[in-house]
Design a protein around this ligand. Structure first.
Ligand code: GTP
Ligand code: MG
Length: 308
């Protein structure tokens, strides 16, 4: 591994250390604590996975795979089955391996969606900073008009990063801001447009309708650009993140996920639940609040950081 790769890996490992304690610590007890593979072993394994937010579906899938492989390969020692288990985890995660977002790209519009507080605006700042470092001309659009502070927060980031922010006043129609944003992007020939959106309106139905409308406004104004809708999820919210993925994906056809706060008290199992259920690529994971704490998601590195 090169130095930078090693640094990134160390950071990922540190960021995931709490997740590791929660998920892997308990698994270790099972794989080492049981002397043979029997029904109690499988049932304890299931309980542990459910408790780690892996979800009923992914847990069922994993345990079924293990049963089959144990039988096929005549594995009777739980320690031996652990290696298989790690491989199976990696296999699930590989189905959502990020098609890496390229910070040298041009002609992209990123619509950033997600419920309130998940880390949308922070993630936008992290992404914008990276694009700018690569010499890209970035434009931010303050599509969260639900509360005044949201626009202010994005404008503050814009000032800090030296990136223009298209905005309206509080309570304005988000679709109108986005319309102006796209016009500005076309006039200024911006390479990258990143649109912030509200995480909360008066009801959930309204939010989805509002976001659909925003998407409809962006589409005909793309010019040469392509649009990607990225859903930000807070990994600490456990199964809620699964429900959010379902609702947003149904309404907006999400192209990619960003999983934040994996450094916090997250159990991390949610990554598996979502990967198994939706197969939507995970573009990035957030392992802290700093710019460099936004890491590309790589199944192999993620699995290694957890289990090594
Ligand atoms: N520990 C940690 N905190 C994060 C991460 N990403 C975001 N945060 C924090 O989460 C909080 C909410 O982040 P915001 O970016 O304001 O979230 P938002 O989705 O824009 O929220 P609304 O605008 O209310 O919808 C802030 O305190 C961020 O610093 C992360 O990866 N790890
Ligand atoms: Mg915000």
């Amino acid at each position: 591994m090169s130095d930078t790769k090693q640094n990134i890996f160390a950071k990922l490992k540190m960021g995931l250390s709490r997740t590791k304690e929660n998920l892997v610590g308990n698994l270790e007890h099972i794989f080492v604590g049981f002397s043979r593979i029997d029904e109690t072993f499988y049932s304890d394994l299931e309980d542990t996975l459910i408790m780690a937010d892996v979800g009923v579906e992914a847990t069922g899938f994993l345990v079924e795979r293990l049963r089959r492989i144990a039988k096929e390969r005549n594995i009777t020692d739980p320690v031996q089955l652990k290696q298989v288990f790690v491989e199976e985890i990696q296999r699930i995660l590989e189905t959502v391996n990020s098609k890496l977002l390229d910070f040298n790209d041009r002609n992209k519009v990123y619509l950033i969606v997600g419920v309130n507080g998940v880390g949308k605006t922070t993630t936008i700042a992290k992404l914008a900073a990276r694009f700018k470092e690569n010499g890209r001309q970035v434009l931010l659009v303050a599509g969260d008009t639900f509360r005044a502070a949201a626009t202010e927060q994005l404008m503050l980031w814009g000032e800090r990063l030296g990136i223009p922010v298209i905005h309206h006043r509080e309570g304005a129609d988000p679709a109108a801001v986005v319309f102006d944003g796209m016009a500005a992007a076309n006039a200024r020939k911006a390479d990258i447009v990143i649109i912030d959106t509200a995480g909360r309106l008066h009801t959930k139905i309204n939010l989805m309708e509002e976001l659909k409308k925003v998407k409809r406004v962006v589409a005909p104004n793309l010019g040469e650009r392509s649009l990607e809708t990225l859903l930000v999820l807070d990994a600490t919210t456990g199964q809620n993140a699964v429900n959010q993925t379902k609702v947003f994906h149904e309404a907006l056809q999400v192209d990619g996920l960003i999983l934040t706060k994996l450094d916090g008290t997250a159990k991390g199992g949610i990554t598996l639940a979502i990967a198994n259920q939706f197969k939507i690529p995970i573009f990035f994971i957030g392992v802290g609040e700093k710019k460099e704490d936004l890491q590309p998601f790589e199944a192999l590195a993620f699995t290694q950081a957890l289990f090594e």
